[in-house]
Design a protein around this ligand. Structure first.
Ligand SMILES: Cc1cc2nc3c(=O)[nH]c(=O)nc-3n(C[C@H](O)[C@H](O)[C@H](O)COP(=O)(O)OP(=O)(O)OC[C@H]3O[C@@H](n4cnc5c(N)ncnc54)[C@H](O)[C@@H]3O)c2cc1C
Length: 394
């Protein structure tokens, strides 16, 4: 079997390595002329994502591209501690990490390249077609490629999705936008690697200090109307810094100090989530990662879900004929994805609450955290392990 993988982000190289493990040859086609684009944003990779990478013996290489964050602590803006989460590490001690998105892309590509995965850059998919019992990918450069299965790992604006599920739901705005940064010279009174999440009075703030003292942070600002990226970029950095300080100084957290210690200059992101279409496959084409379902950044699970998708798909293609493998893959994934989406919607509602809704949130939060935010309540997410050696049945 020959697989055409469209998109060399996160799901793409993982799919190529997973297919190689089950004896399926593949080529990655990436639209951009070089890899590791999208420099700047920080992200988390949780233990379930790293456990999935362990199946490919890739988890250490990826963990080394970031720094360990074994513990998360949640706070309210008034300084009340809501609870903490310490997901079970992998048997070799690997814990959740924080890293730059660009470093995750680069580490995955490097790892895939050392295993002989072929990547063709500058190949933008424009059309998918079927020809007898083969699938054809047509590219913007006029070229084409023919294979037995086409895997759409081409992200939120997937061209493959237009073919597989033309009526698919569109990405929806989650009520928050945000930015991130790095502060030096603060020496906060916190354990390095503990990720603090502050549900503040006017905005949400997340921060973690590295061993070397550098503080990685991000902020989520509520806004009922979706701002256009150009609108956010048009506001001068100094003005934004002042505004962020105003939003965060009302809280009993070091957020305002962290903003002051960060040189102004912000890249803004607007949070979206997109439900999966009813069917994730059509003919010989199938969707994985953000192409199938966009999980908002608030879940901290977009990359982990893309990795899990890629590995489960390879398992299905190993054990079943194609016509059964693609529906089996969707069945294995969709329930878990729905749960992750529901959790992210809940977090987004909490982050975007203002006025009375915010007061109610703060009153209810301690109770809700006990029920939904405890380590036991989150075990289904972080302790999920794919049993790669077990056979998938239709
Ligand atoms: C601000 C922000 C913060 C985030 N934080 C986290 C976090 O903390 N934890 C987490 O797990 N997730 C996080 N995410 C989500 C995570 O980045 C995505 O879920 C993840 O990148 C999805 O991987 P993917 O491979 O499916 O798609 P992508 O990473 O988007 O890769 C898609 C690839 O396909 C290529 N492509 C697109 N169109 C075509 C085409 N027509 N032909 C060929 N190639 C094409 C693109 O160039 C790209 O390389 C965050 C996202 C954002 C925006």
């Amino acid at each position: 079997m020959k697989a055409l993988i469209i998109g060399g982000g996160i799901a793409g190289p993982v799919a190529a390595m997973a297919l190689q493990k089950v004896g399926i040859d593949s080529t990655l086609y990436e639209a951009h002329p070089i890899g590791a684009h999208g420099v700047g944003t920080t992200m988390g990779l949780s233990t379930n994502g790293l456990a999935a990478l362990q199946i490919l013996d890739a988890h250490r290489a990826i963990a080394d591209a970031g720094f360990p964050c074994p513990r998360g602590v949640m706070w309210l803006g008034d300084g009340r501690r809501l609870g903490e989460d310490v997901p079970t590490p992998l048997p070799d001690g690997t814990t959740a990490i924080q890293l730059l998105r660009a470093d995750l892309y680069a580490a995955l590509h490097e790892h895939a390249a050392t295993r002989g995965v072929r990547t063709e850059y500058g190949r933008r998919l424009v059309e998918v077609d079927h020809h007898g019992d083969q699938v054809v990918a047509r590219f913007a450069d006029g070229g084409e490629a023919v294979g037995d299965v086409l895997i759409g790992a081409d992200g939120m604006r997937s061209a493959t999705r237009r073919f597989v599920a033309p009526g698919a739901p569109r990405p929806r705005y989650c009520g928050i936008f945000g930015t991130n940064g790095f502060a030096h010279g603060l020496n906060l009174d916190t354990e390095p690697g503990t990720f603090h999440m502050v549900f503040g009075r006017r905005a949400f703030f997340g921060y973690v200090q590295r061993e070397d003292g550098c503080v990685w942070w991000f902020v989520n600002v509520p806004a009922t109307r979706e701002p256009a990226p150009a609108e956010l970029a048009a506001i001068p950095s100094e003005q934004w810094r002042h505004r962020l300080h105003e939003l965060l100084a009302v809280d009993a957290s070091p957020a305002a100090r962290i903003i002051q210690a960060t040189p102004p200059g912000y890249d803004w992101f607007v949070s979206h989530q997109m439900k999966a279409p009813r069917t994730w496959h059509r003919g010989r084409a199938v969707l994985i990662g953000d192409a199938a379902h966009v999980t908002s950044p608030s879940s901290g699970q977009g990359a982990a879900m893309a990795i899990e998708d890629a590995i489960e798909l390879a398992r299905c293609l190993r054990d079943l004929p194609l016509a059964q493998a693609l529906p089996a893959y969707q069945r294995l994934r969709e329930g878990r994805l729905r749960k992750v989406h529901a959790g992210a919607r809940q977090v987004n509602r909490s982050k975007s609450a203002t006025g009375l809704a915010r007061v109610l949130r703060d009153a209810m939060f301690p109770v809700l955290m006990k029920r939904f935010g405890s380590p036991e309540a989150l075990a289904w997410l972080y302790d999920h392990r794919i049993d790669f050696d077990s056979t998938v049945t239709s």
